[in-house]
Write a protein that binds this ligand. Structure first.
Ligand code: MF3
Ligand code: CO
Length: 273
């Protein structure tokens, strides 16, 4: 969604604490996915599992019906960048699967994503997954008081596109997060240092690099949602919910529990860790 950077809603410490609960619930949901994901499973089964887990924890899946989105999760496999519909196709060895989940807990949104590798993939794909995850942390390092949103954008683009030659998707961006799924400001994964709004304490952002092995160019399927790479090459997506603080951003979501589950699952490839 493209909107001008208008009103930014800063959160109180109490609100940030509530948002951490929402973000953590999404992390736990993605950890449940990490426990069971394997070739032969379908993304529709993942959708069902995630929706049930969120509802069992007194929260509401937030993507369902959002601007008409027809599912609970976005399941984006291989050349799908983001907003892939869950379907009944069996996942196979070598698939690269991004699961993006949103939940509303006590009125606050958690929204984050993780990319899983099923079994053996090329070294090229492993490096893409590794660099995309690392670029997210490069962006997070910049989410501190006094920096500008462009500092986050630059850090991600520099790490992926300038240093490694990957394609940074331009059409979709990260965003503010709060009582709404998408708040100001937009957080592009490309940009210039020193550009954009200056960040103050307790701005909560969803930072979400979408990085392509080949061209940055994408297109949207006839379903109106599924975003794919133009060249059909693999795309990777990681997303964290982050609160701007003075010296170091506070990451509200938790990859630690997802990674632990991933490592314990022999069907998932964690050799790039
Ligand atoms: N993390 C994605 C985003 O911020 C989630 C899309 S939600 C959907 O855009 F409902 F639009 F799919
Ligand atoms: Co998001």
């Amino acid at each position: 969604m493209r909107r001008p950077n208008g009103m930014i809603i800063y959160k109180t410490d109490a609100e940030v604490a509530l948002m951490k609960e929402a973000a953590l619930l999404v992390s736990k949901t993605l950890a449940e996915v990490a426990k069971v994901l394997k070739p032969g499973m379908t993304t529709m089964q993942i959708d069902t599992l995630c929706a049930r887990f969120v509802r069992d924890h007194k929260a509401i899946p937030s993507f369902l019906n959002y601007h008409g989105y027809p599912h609970n999760v976005c399941a984006s496999v291989n050349d799908v960048v983001v907003h892939g519909f869950p379907n009944n196709v069996e996942l196979k060895e070598g698939d690269v699967v991004s699961i993006d989940m949103g939940a509303i807990l006590n009125g606050w949104h958690g929204d984050h994503a993780y990319t899983f590798i099923l079994g053996e993939v090329s070294e090229e794909i492993l490096q893409l997954v590794k660099a995309t995850k690392e670029s997210l942390y490069k962006g997070i390092e910049q989410a501190i008081v006094g920096n500008r949103v462009g500092d986050i954008s630059f850090a991600i683009q520099d790490y992926t596109e300038k240093k490694r030659g990957y394609g940074v998707v331009r059409e979709l961006v990260g965003h503010g997060l709060g009582r709404s799924l998408h708040e100001d400001p937009q957080v592009p994964n490309y940009g210039k240092r020193g550009n954009g709004v200056k960040m103050k304490e307790n701005l909560v952002l969803a930072i979400e690099p979408m990085i392509n092995l080949g061209t940055k160019d994408v297109f949207t399927d006839e379903d109106g949602w599924t975003v794919r790479t133009r060249d059909g090459k693999t795309s990777v997506h990681f997303e964290h919910d982050v609160c701007v603080k003075k010296n170091k951003a506070l990451v509200l979501s938790d990859y630690g529990i997802i990674e632990a589950a991933e490592k314990a699952n022999p069907n998932l490839n964690t050799s790039y860790f």
